[in-house]
Design a protein around this ligand. Structure first.
Ligand code: KG4
Ligand code: ZN
Length: 344
């Protein structure tokens, strides 16, 4: 059975994972997050330089953890898009170098399909059909998935403006909480009252699109609330605002996801991507799935945020499905839509 090495460098995390037959053998992760924090967001030039430094040590560390030698690797999978152009190029160049040197096939992987596949490493193969909610820093989509390695991915709904993670990052900045915003808001919200402020739940009223998302109005509502308090010289209740904002996001994401499961007859919901690490999103999704008899699958937190194992997981599915490898003149596709897991 082929051992697949996955390489992920689409944003500020350098991830390498080794997967064989659905099992994670070893992985390694380096992050340049701390270097971006003072700028309040990812600086592409800094991220690309950090990938260049980290990629080979991450490969060595993942192999060491799995107790494997580079020559044991039988295929390479790499994130080809979407992501930051210069960051993707580092991973792609490294992946080609490993593939050519080892004489093994190269598989081009869509980053968001990687998020979905991450769950298979924790909970086994995906069912024949399920609803997936992918919530990351750049994307928010409700999908129906069939065979991830073969079938076209069906979009039920997407965000019309900000992604859920982007809303967390922007609201954290408004509240003066450190980057990345998701974990900061999650921590602040734990000490706040989620009912202190009634923030809007966009596109949830009668006659509105059932599955599309919008988070920019919610972010503006938080900004206005904070501005008004500051103008009046009132102290800003950061924890209550964080909790109320987080509640609004979790409410909208989970209510639409449950509705999709019911309408599409899915017995299982998978919630993946960085925002799936959020404690309230996880708890509310569980509560609402339990109430309607849908089985919830959410990966452990370290597999929710970007990592190399999830890309290796897609590569492993592609290898086992007999998919066509990518040609060695393939380039990156920084803004590619999610249609197929393979970008070959
Ligand atoms: O999937 P991911 O690691 O990278 C992208 O593909 O974008 O997601 C990163 C996003 C960031 O916006 C980050 O703030 C958010 O996931 N995030 C969270 C939490 N942990 C990470 N959002 C809410 N709560 C969290 N605990
Ligand atoms: Zn991601």
């Amino acid at each position: 059975m082929t051992i697949v090495m996955g390489i992920e460098t689409s944003c500020d995390e350098t991830g390498v994972g080794l997967v064989q037959d659905g099992k994670l053998l070893g992985d390694a992760l380096a992050s340049s997050m701390a270097e971006h924090a003072i700028f309040g967001g990812v600086v592409p030039e800094i991220a690309a330089r950090a990938h260049l430094q980290a990629i080979v040590p991450c490969v060595q560390q993942a192999l060491h953890k799995a107790d494997l030698d580079l020559r044991d690797v039988g295929a390479i999978a790499v994130t080809t898009g979407p992501g930051l152009a210069s960051s993707l190029q580092i991973g792609m160049a490294a992946a080609k170098a490993y593939a050519v040197t080892l004489g093994v096939p190269l598989f081009a992987v869509h980053h968001l399909a990687g998020h979905a596949a991450a769950d298979t490493l924790a909970h086994g193969p995906l069912p024949a059909q399920c609803v997936a909610l992918i919530v990351s820093g750049g994307h928010t989509s409700l999908l129906t998935l069939r065979d991830l390695a073969v079938d076209r991915i069906n979009h039920i709904g997407d965000t019309r403006d900000d992604a859920a993670g982007e809303a967390f990052d922007k609201v954290a900045r408004i509240l003066g909480l450190p980057y990345p915003g998701g974990p900061s808001i999650d921590a602040a919200a734990a000490k706040g009252d989620p009912h202190a402020f009634k923030f809007p739940r966009a596109l949830t009223g009668p006659g509105q699109p059932k599955y599309a998302f919008s988070f920019s109005g919610l972010k503006t509502a938080v900004a206005r609330t904070v501005e008004k308090m500051q103008l009046k010289g009132q102290p800003v209740p950061v924890e209550d605002i964080a909790a109320s904002f987080q509640e609004a996001v979790a409410d909208v994401l989970t209510s639409k996801a449950i509705l999709a499961c019911q309408e599409y007859g899915a017995a299982e919901l998978i919630v993946v991507g960085g925002v799936a690490a959020n404690s309230r999103v996880r708890a509310l999704a569980q509560e609402r799935c339990d109430a309607v008899g849908v089985e919830l699958r959410v990966p452990p937190i370290r597999l929710c945020t970007d990592n190399g194992a999830m890309i290796a997981a897609v590569g492993d599915l592609l290898v086992r499905a007999g998919a066509k490898p990518a040609s060695l003149n393939i380039s990156t596709t920084p803004s590619v839509q999610l249609e197929y897991a393979s970008l070959a």
